[in-house]
Write a protein that binds this ligand. Sequence first.
Ligand SMILES: Nc1nc2c(ncn2[C@@H]2O[C@H](COP(=O)(O)OP(=O)(O)OP(=O)(O)O)[C@@H](O)[C@H]2O)c(=O)[nH]1
Length: 463
Amino acid sequence: MFSFFKKKSAPPDAPAPGAVPAPVAAPAAEPSAAAPAPASWWQRLTGGAKTAEQAPEGAVPPAPAAPATPPAVPPALPATPVASPPVAAPAPAVGAPAAGRGAMPAPVSAATPSAGAAPPLAPAHVPPAPPSVPAVIAPAVAPVVAVPQPSPAPAPAPARAGWLDRLKNGLRKTGSSIAQVFTGTRIDDALYEELEAALLMADAGVKASEHLLADLKRRVKDSKATEPAAVRGLLADALAELLRPLERGLEIGRHEPTVMMVVGVNGAGKTTSIGKLTKHLADADQRVLLAAADTFRAAAREQLGIWADRNKVEIVSQEGADPAAVTFDAVTAAKARGRDVVIADTAGRLPTQLHLMEELKKIKRVIAKADGSAPHEVLLVVDGNTGQNALAQVKSFDEALGLTGLIVTKLDGTAKGGVLAAIALWARERAAGAVPVYFIGVGEKLEDLQTFSAREFAQALLE
Ligand SMILES: Nc1nc2c(ncn2[C@@H]2O[C@H](COP(=O)(O)OP(=O)(O)OP(=O)(O)O)[C@@H](O)[C@H]2O)c(=O)[nH]1
């Protein structure tokens, strides 16, 4: 079973979890500091917050024309929202009852969008009614929230074993694997030198390699270890400790909707990761709306459209439009329709392409005009194959946009996974705190997007 999200911990200023009421009639208004903390997706799932306030897709108005440019100020009603044509999608039956996951019937009351709140924007296609809350996990009691814990046990559950093997195989693809260093009989300078070389080969970089070696020597001394095999265990501890600040679960539900902006260089795996993420969100009864903010590359829009069709979620997409305008309309529509999550897929770009980086900043600014608290996540997708270059990308995109999370892809095919140690070391010095690695990609299949566990990753790197 794919375990994707952790239960959200209560925000520091929120009332005690038990006192958090399920938002039974949440409007699409921007959250204010004084408002009670909204329930997480998990809370809504277990607290039954999906209620009649949801406008069924049957109430979606027809598609008008798209704006040429993003509005300068956030209008209550966008004058000309995006009309995105269906992307080779068979139109699902409008108003059809939800099938599959839930035991409870889909909402049937079609709330007509109010004239003052709902923008007349239409999605590329209208998915069936949202899946209902499975009865088996809908207790009426207030939900319990818990802080995500790093997995303490090195022995993975069978479900994780498959992808862990792929991760290990990928990370093993170096001529001198780190594990080989510990096959000798003595702990001496030669062992440490070999280890440093192996860490550098794994693209941990000079600073992180030196940090790990110094930490390891201290641990060896403290534990009075005498066998190289024991040193390997101590290195796993040191690495897991270094990586731990990167381990944090993605929270959904603090905002309605949670708006995510996904950025990265060309081919990093943005669209694929969005597709996988969308699938898992949809499976968790989250109503997702995608924004195809790569408006110039037809293939990019089509690829996202295919994921939207597959997952039966809405997409806002328009060829040649301003990416910021498309994103603005997507956020506005999601707010009006009470969607849970908006994910904006942006075009790939190098951080050195300054005009394109300016475009990303503009998208971010315009999202904030549509929803003052958004974007709630600015996610950078980096290709693990790029090694130290991934660190450079993280730094550059962070400087331009202020990242809130990372997705590191293609770790199934790289020997350069050590770069995560370099990212972790950099994150220690970051004024705004560590940027978490929400997910890692270990293949092209749906189940190959996994949550990041510092301990598991450390073990995999050292095998
Ligand atoms: N092996 C492997 N391949 C991946 C992974 N994630 C993505 N890919 C592949 O990487 C390629 C590029 O992925 P895309 O999702 O198109 O990348 P993108 O960042 O959206 O690309 P642009 O839109 O051109 O910027 C595709 O062939 C994906 O299947 C992963 O974790 N492992």
